[in-house]
Design a protein around this ligand. Structure first.
Ligand SMILES: CC(C)(COP(=O)(O)OP(=O)(O)OC[C@H]1O[C@@H](n2cnc3c(N)ncnc32)[C@H](O)[C@@H]1OP(=O)(O)O)[C@@H](O)C(=O)NCCC(=O)NCCS
Length: 265
């Protein structure tokens, strides 16, 4: 099969998140997100991060040349088109790629990075005919490790000494690889797990569900969890979809039946 041209990449979506090309209007959100100490700690983005860094990043990714070498997407949470993260496949020109991603602090903990990773890797295998995708993270980056494992990356327990580089320094890393077979096997495990244990809610969705079971309104949930009302709305929408419920009360009834939450005593 002849690998497809990465320039022709479509918007990818699984119904809950979408991957779209970056836009100039993403500058403010990227600049705000990259002030986050976790992004500075776990990625190689400039630190301190200036607006001009975001402008240069977007301009660089928009060139034809980069589209063919580093397909990059903005991660958005459906239906909001706002930039909430980025994901890149760094193609090696020999049917392999290295994946890099980050989520804005305001969009974390809802399974979005895992979904974005799954979408980008599926596209890389099916459209570019990649044979392997490599993931690496600096030792200690548990959130990234969990998301990569969930998608099916095979990650040995040992440390690859000085494998990563960050702003002029080498750092010990965890390294994993994903083949099309790994991705398919992880999806099958996910399906089986859902059939056996019920829907796979994220940590944040379980938190929101617990508050829903207490009859709280979005505004109260938002203030108790320290997130925006809009984010609560997105979580509720995702919970309803996963529990196949048409209302909040129906979702709570299903969750109680499945033992996902219990009523306050
Ligand atoms: C890594 C990152 C992209 C994850 O984004 P996210 O949207 O919060 O991830 P998800 O919600 O999909 O969660 C992924 C998994 O990590 C777990 N997780 C999330 N935050 C965690 C934390 N701080 N510690 C341990 N596990 C964590 C989640 O429970 C989930 O695991 P599960 O599916 O087994 O329950 C985000 O934390 C981030 O942008 N970090 C800074 C930049 C970075 O590290 N990029 C990756 C470089 S390799």
């Amino acid at each position: 099969m002849t690998p497809a041209d990465p320039h022709s990449r479509p918007v990818l979506s699984d119904g809950l998140i979408s991957l779209r090309p970056l836009r100039l209007s993403d500058v403010d959100d990227i600049t705000a997100a990259c002030q986050d100490p976790q992004i500075s700690r776990w990625t190689a983005v400039p630190s301190p991060y200036a607006r001009s860094d975001a402008e240069a990043f977007i301009a660089r990714q928009a060139t034809d040349e980069m589209e063919g070498i580093e397909p990059t997407w903005a991660i958005t949470v459906v239906p909001d088109p706002r930039w909430s993260g980025s994901i890149t496949l760094h193609l090696d020109g020999a049917a392999g790629a290295d994946v890099g991603y980050l989520m804005a602090p305001w969009a974390r903990g809802a399974g979005h990075a895992t979904r974005a990773l799954r979408l980008a890797c599926t596209w890389g295998f099916s459209t570019l005919s990649l044979q392997v995708i490599t993931w690496h993270a600096f030792v200690g980056n548990e959130a990234s490790l969990h998301s990569a494992r969930r998608v099916g990356f095979q990650i040995p327990p040992h440390v690859f000494r000085s494998y990563g580089s960050q702003r002029g320094h080498r750092r010990d890393s965890w390294v994993g690889t994903l083949t099309p077979e790994d991705l398919a096997a992880a999806s099958r495990i996910g399906e089986a797990r859902r059939e056996y244990l019920g829907p796979d809610l994220t940590r944040r969705e379980r938190d929101v569900l617990t508050h829903l079971a207490q009859g709280q309104a979005n505004r109260t949930i938002a203030s108790e969890l320290g997130i925006s009302e809009n984010t609560v709305k997105n979580h509720v929408r995702s919970i309803l979809e996963k529990l196949q419920a048409s209302s909040r009360s129906e979702a709570v009834v299903s969750a109680l039946r499945l033992g996902l939450v219990s009523l306050p005593g």
